[in-house]
Design a protein around this ligand. Structure first.
Ligand SMILES: [Zn+2]
Length: 477
């Protein structure tokens, strides 16, 4: 027979040990939630992605554009030659800071703002100014390397024709209006499209945005509208055809970061995300919003990921392999719409990378929520312009290349030349007009101005006359 005090002491020690063990073994979330709240056996499906973190990949997904990237970035040929300071003559009147010497054997070729370019006036009353390089002694026209160079047509007529194309008029219609051969218009257009591509590549870089919306839409909208084929048939047929227009836009500044044509595949998603990365500043990791197309997640992970060494689970054995995981700052949410008989039935939000709170924080800075309104608005604006452009491609310059050319012209026109109503800023005080109209109250703003890329609305003529330097650099004084 055991004495009572000893028995109670042992019982107490046993109970304390039991409590300690229970505390260690019990699941931690159970301890915080309290014992009275009953928990469902299975988590609700929409939260399942929040609960288990993305495990990461053991190798990075391939991106063709990344592999070829180093071949495409134009590099300066070395250090710039010394700056030339004029020692004699009148002070220079004409601003030549955006001009560079085009002569292949000149040490100053391609360099901006080194004081080697002087203006030589308009020799024999010509339309364009002649410029002189004091580095090599060569002469060239101010239109050198632009679509306006060496054209017999009047510059006004060429600019207006291109403007009509940019507004969505077809090549044949432009040819009729401006009384030119359609082949001439096509030749101008191809040249302008090349110029627009180079212009966009040169000007759109180091852009800082907080959000990017990506979308793909099919180009043959007119066939659906006129009832020739049903929408389902069009989607069915087009998901095999290459005519998908891919677009990335910043919903805040409305800047069209990239537009491209291709099929609806992972390779294309990779290409589009790659182009977005090229345009954004290197340390800029915005919130991405897309539709439910699943390959976006892989494409974003490819370009916004890093190798992470997972912590050891056990003390013994080999260390776990490093995993490719999204950058901690990457936020990505999908807006998945269910459409039945052309009616929006359901809208689901799915946060793929990051947390719902972080996504909502970015959006609330603009007073927004995750909403289809973003995608709808993007779709609407793209369809209004790009689809209008794309629709005419089938009859004018056929194929993917033709559509891409239309889109590059559209991208430049939209970003730099078209003021966006929602971006306009009130003048501090109303600007009086020169005529008898009421004073101007709003200052027009283009997406490029809102994004801080330029300080004014560009005319198409200005875009066409812009001489794109052979490598990235900033014009100085
Ligand atoms: Zn030169």
């Amino acid at each position: 027979m055991m004495p009572d005090p000893l028995f109670y002491q042992l019982l107490l020690v046993g109970l304390v040990w039991l409590c300690l063990m229970l505390h260690v073994v019990w699941p931690s979330d159970r301890a915080t939630s309290g014992p009275t709240t009953p928990r469902p056996a299975k988590a609700p499906p929409q939260r399942s992605s929040d609960l288990k973190p993305f495990p990461g990949l053991t190798r990075t997904p391939p991106c063709t554009a990344c592999e070829q990237a180093h071949e495409h970035v134009p590099q300066p040929p070395g250090c710039p030659p010394p700056r030339l300071v004029p020692t004699r003559g009148r002070p220079r009147q004409v601003d030549t800071s955006s001009h560079f010497c085009p002569h292949p054997h000149c040490a100053y070729r391609g360099w901006l703002g080194l004081g080697n370019i002087t203006s030589n006036g308009h020799p024999s009353g010509g339309l364009w100014r002649q410029l002189h390089c004091t580095g090599c002694g060569g002469y060239f026209q101010e239109t050198h390397g632009t679509p306006l160079h060496g054209k017999r047509v009047s510059p006004d007529r060429l600019v207006w024709a291109i403007g009509a194309l940019a507004e969505g008029l077809g090549i044949r219609a432009v040819a009729r209006v401006f009384e030119v051969d359609p082949h001439t218009v096509l030749a101008w257009f191809v040249e302008v499209a090349d110029h627009a591509t180079a212009f966009s590549q040169y000007v759109l870089h180091d852009v800082r945005v907080t959000q990017v919306q990506l979308d793909e839409l099919f180009a043959l909208l007119s066939a659906v509208k006129t009832g020739e084929v049903s929408e389902a048939e069009a989607v069915e047929r087009l998901s095999r055809s290459p005519h998908w227009v891919w677009a990335a836009i910043d919903p805040v500044t409305k800047l069209l970061l990239t537009v491209d044509v291709g099929d609806r595949t992972l390779a294309m998603a990779q290409r589009v995300v790659h182009q977005v990365v090229q345009v954004l500043a290197p340390d800029c990791v915005p919130l991405f919003l897309t539709d439910g197309f699943k390959e976006y997640a892989t494409a974003l992970l490819t370009h916004y990921g890093q190798w992470v060494q997972p912590a050891r689970q056990r003390a013994q054995g080999p260390a776990p392999k490093p995993r490719w995981r999204p950058l901690p700052g990457l936020l990505y949410a999908q807006v998945v719409k269910t459409v039945r008989r052309r009616r929006l039935v359901r809208v689901k939000h799915r946060v793929v990378f990051g947390t719902l709170e972080a996504v909502q924080q970015v959006l609330s800075a603009c007073g927004w929520q995750i909403n289809t309104a973003f995608i709808e608005r993007l779709n609407l604006s793209i369809r209004q312009y790009v689809a209008a452009v794309g629709r005419r491609v089938t009859t004018l310059c056929k194929g993917e290349a033709g559509l891409r050319q239309q889109l590059t012209l559209y991208q430049v026109y939209y970003n730099f030349c078209l003021p966006h109503t929602s971006l306009r800023l009130p003048w501090p005080q109303p600007e009086p007009t020169h005529g008898r109209g009421s004073a101007k109250r709003w200052q027009p703003q283009t997406p490029a101005m809102a994004a801080g890329l330029t300080d004014h609305v560009w005319s198409l003529r200005e875009v066409l006359l812009f001489r794109v330097p052979p490598w990235p650099q900033r014009a100085e004084g």
